[in-house]
Design a protein around this ligand. Structure first.
Ligand code: BMP
Length: 260
């Protein structure tokens, strides 16, 4: 089963489209590991997948603590995503992807700015060989995202002027990406990009809560998966916070107009 279908099955099974960003503030490796393990255990009934970032990879090590957390997630039937934003030459990109896949990650996030040939082609090739997924950044959630993702570009093929994010959405379709990251902080961009990507490339939206994005607006605009970090991991009651996000998203999905 492809990563995209594994995500659909996990969401269906958990009755949740919430992806936990397992991000914690710096601490000793021992404390980070223990807190992550507990968090994952208490929050897992409300999520469909877990996204890891450098917050844990750097202090815990990929094949040490992180691999144990990956096994824990897998035991709960939760796919895992490595948010490594791959962004180098092809040979390096392939090695990065291979390491994360060998450790047990089900998907990696990559940056389409580097292009296909000797860029992301080797990553998609490796993912195909190992039956894993690749999710592309299409419009990030932070304030300065417009400087890169929002700039006007003239495409080589048609000479037409487009926004960088529109070009990236076309690439996500052409390259067979398993998902596209579009910030929940820009619901109008989600709407626009959903009309290009349709359901072929599901939208993953980070930026909910701590960055000001709203989960209902992301649902209404066409996002499929909702990535939440600090608003859960640093909440007084992480399980309750996750449950609240899950319920809000499910309610908004039920009331979503059919044109989205
Ligand atoms: P938080 O909910 O705490 O803001 O965390 C969001 C997570 O998603 C972080 O791991 C961040 O690096 C990641 N992320 C993001 O916030 N915006 C993007 O456009 C892409 C991301 O991967």
């Amino acid at each position: 089963m492809s990563f995209k279908l594994r995500m659909e099955a996990a969401a269906e099974n958990a009755r949740s489209n919430l992806v936990l960003a397992l991000d914690l503030p710096p601490n000793t490796p021992e404390k980070l590991f223990a807190t992550s393990k507990n968090l994952l255990e208490t929050v897992q009934p409300h999520i469909c997948a877990v996204k890891f970032n450098r917050h844990l990879i750097l202090p815990l090590g990929l094949f040490d603590g992180v691999q144990q957390l990956l096994k824990q997630a897998q035991n709960h039937g939760l796919p895992t995503i490595m948010d490594c934003k791959i962004n180098d030459i092809g040979n390096t990109n392939r090695i990065i992807a291979e390491h994360y896949f060998q450790a047990g990650f089900d998907a990696v996030i990559a940056n389409p700015f580097v292009g296909w040939e000797e860029g992301l082609h080797p990553v998609f090739e490796t993912a195909d060989q190992m039956n894993r997924g690749v999710i592309l950044l299409v419009y990030m959630s932070h304030k300065g995202a417009w400087e890169g993702y929002g700039q006007n570009v003239v495409t080589k093929k048609t000479g037409k002027s487009l926004r960088q994010y529109e070009v990236f959405a076309e690439k996500a379709l052409a390259w067979g990406a398993d998902g596209a990251v579009v910030g929940a902080t820009y619901p109008e961009k989600i709407r626009e990009l959903h009309s290009i990507l349709t359901e072929k490339v599901p939208i993953y939206s980070p930026g909910i809560g701590a960055q000001g994005g709203n989960i209902e607006a992301a649902v209404r605009s066409g996002s499929t998966y909702f990535i939440v970090g600090r608003a859960i991991t640093q909440a007084e009651n992480p399980s309750q916070a996750a449950e609240n996000f899950k319920r809000a998203a499910n309610m908004a999905r039920r009331n979503r107009p059919c044109e989205v």
